[in-house]
Design a binder for this molecule. Sequence first.
Ligand SMILES: Cc1cc2nc3c(=O)[nH]c(=O)nc-3n(C[C@H](O)[C@H](O)[C@H](O)COP(=O)(O)OP(=O)(O)OC[C@H]3O[C@@H](n4cnc5c(N)ncnc54)[C@H](O)[C@@H]3O)c2cc1C
Length: 391
Amino acid sequence: MRTTVGIIGAGPAGLLLARLLHGAGIGSVVLESRDRAYVEQRQRAGILEQGTADVLRAAGAGERMDRQGLRHDGIELRFAGRRHRVDFPGLTGGRSVTVYAQTEVCKDLIALQAEEGGPLLFGAEALAVEGATGDRPSVRYRHEGRESVLECDYVVGCDGFRGVAREAVPAALARVHERTYPFGWLGVLADVPPSHDELVYARHDRGFALLSMRSPAVSRLYLQVPADTDARSWTDEAVWDELARRLETDDDWSLARGPITRKSVTPMRSYVHEPMRHGRLFLAGDAAHIVPPTGAKGLNLAVGDVVTFARALTHRRETGSAELLDAYSATCLRRVWQAERFSYDLTTMLHRAPDATPFEDRLQLARLDRITTSRAAEADLAEAYTGFPVG
Ligand SMILES: Cc1cc2nc3c(=O)[nH]c(=O)nc-3n(C[C@H](O)[C@H](O)[C@H](O)COP(=O)(O)OP(=O)(O)OC[C@H]3O[C@@H](n4cnc5c(N)ncnc54)[C@H](O)[C@@H]3O)c2cc1C
């Protein structure tokens, strides 16, 4: 098989890229190792920056998001029993975020691809990217028990943190920056209306907690837990008791409980692979970088990368100039590092390290206090949360 752009991975990065290229009249083939049901049900991100929502709309994938997504104009910070609302539009000149699950973004993009896009092969596992530095890179893959080769002009590795695309960059040319955290998130989905209408980020001496939502009827809640925690070791009652403790306030707010339908533990990691391009192989999304989920940046960064690639390739086709393709890695990394910085700052401000000293505890409280008393500090958080410009 032959195509212009071979895309490995049908997560949000690969699916959106296929859509953007289709809109620009550029052919692509998407190879996805898992089946459709798995991809459509994998629980992950839920916060779309304003820029991400705008990109989805412009790509024709915003209709259901605009009907079912929840516009959020702020978040609440909780610490030492206090509550403080950060007002996004007031601090950023009108920006907001949309709560719409990654599962739904993927379903919408898959449906569009099936209707009018190029080939999207489920159960097609990429084995290796070959010839990245030549004119004809290719992807060797296995589909329905047979090995085949997809010949391309360009390959984009959208295959997530555990994919194979990154392996095609020689170790001697790669720089990897990584930090793992000594804690993870125990995440639960619960069939109960959210106990607050905006996300609540809580710093507590027992650890971090986050109250968020998937819809007006479904809550998504997280607890900081030790990195090696087995989700099955937490009973539903213990989850609710711990959430109630960490989210407690000095007023009469209370947490509504309901049946928990899903429980899992996510490790926390910061990771950047530089450069994000090797010859005609481009890395996008989690294949190139990971942020801890605290800042809700992972999906949004993936969107930024593929928008940058699609623009660069369109520019190349229209003008013959490879200038934007050559700048791809540097352009993406500038935004990636801002998201890494923000996610790290928010994580270390809100989570309690196992070996935290009383001095570090007081510093966390001072950082939170600063946000609640300085408009500049609060605006900095609101700007970063609602999104860095793409490109
Ligand atoms: C619990 C949790 C909460 C999160 N919350 C947020 C949030 O609120 N906001 C936010 O922006 N981000 C969040 N994220 C991060 C976000 O989910 C990821 O950054 C996003 O999924 C990245 O998209 P991607 O397309 O780059 O990679 P992925 O979604 O990982 O997709 C990669 C795809 O490639 C496929 N693949 C892998 N290897 C191969 C292969 N060899 N051949 C073919 N296909 C392959 C995989 O099956 C997968 O479908 C969260 C993540 C987690 C885990």
